[in-house]
Design a protein around this ligand. Structure first.
Ligand code: PXP
Length: 251
């Protein structure tokens, strides 16, 4: 069975909305592990909009499964990763104003920076995964640069699945075509000796078809799990606050 790494960034997004100390991403990581997650994924963004440097240090101390840190291939980030020593670093592209990662790395056009980041991280004993679009040329380039794993970007597949209500023949064909690209890329990566992960935009509704691709060994999923947690946890949270008020007023 494929491994699930839960991306806990949006726990930190909620905390950062108030610049306070809760909810704590480390507590979230522990809950994910207790629920059976195989690993924790987190993205240290250059603008520090959610996860902070101190979160990485704390996560490294507390996570007992597997810690995957996503980051841009910059000298600043590589230095931080070498200090923290997560199990894996996933190199991702980053554009300053983006809402979330917009597609995979262009490995072919950024060979020098990626090669240097892989070299530095590997010398500190950190495996490197490259987040790439389902594109055979990018996979070949990732293999040549010595990546350990590729994470295939499922964002386009996820976008096509966003409005299931307006399923048309054209849309269904487009989804099939995107799945075929992901499948072919996963096969090609496995043949090249690379480990294969997938992620971005995966949901309870769309994960099935991707999970059926046997070459994909790992899934990195965040937003949809945290979104669901907020809703399935809300009922209990409201009841607990009503109870806290009731107890105080009964005294
Ligand atoms: N994989 C990578 C490389 C990402 O950048 C992200 C988002 O941080 C994810 C997986 C998780 O995506 P989502 O939050 O849409 O599940």
């Amino acid at each position: 069975m494929g491994r699930l790494n839960v991306n806990i960034d949006h726990i930190a997004t909620i905390r950062q909305a108030r610049r306070t100390n809760e909810p704590n991403p480390v507590s979230a990581a522990v809950i994910c592990e207790l629920a059976g997650a195989d690993g924790i994924t987190t993205h240290l963004r250059s603008d520090r909009r959610h996860i902070q440097d101190y979160d990485l240090i704390a996560l490294k101390q507390v996570v007992i499964t597997h810690l995957n840190v996503e980051m841009a291939a910059t000298d600043e980030m590589v230095e931080i990763a070498i200090g923290v020593k997560p199990d894996v670093v996933t190199l991702v592209p980053e554009r300053p104003q983006e809402i979330t990662t917009e597609g995979g790395l262009d490995v072919l056009s950024n060979k020098k920076a990626i090669k240097s980041a892989i070299k530095g991280l590997n010398s500190a004993g950190i495996f490197v995964s490259l987040f790439i679009d389902p594109d055979i040329e990018q996979i070949k380039a990732a293999e040549k640069l010595g990546a350990y794993q590729v994470e295939i970007c499922t964002a386009s597949y996820a976008q096509l699945n966003e409005h299931p209500g307006d399923a048309t023949v054209r849309k269904t064909k487009a989804i099939e075509k995107e799945l075929a690209r992901i499948r072919a890329s996963a096969r090609s990566a496995t043949k090249s000796g690379l480990k294969v992960a997938a992620g971005h935009g995966l949901t309870y509704r769309n994960v099935g078809a991707v999970a059926r691709i046997s070459e994909i060994e790992e899934f990195n999923i965040g937003h949809n799990i945290i979104a669901r947690a907020a809703l399935v946890g809300l009922d209990r949270a409201v009841r607990e606050m009503i109870e806290a008020i009731r107890i105080a007023q009964a005294k």
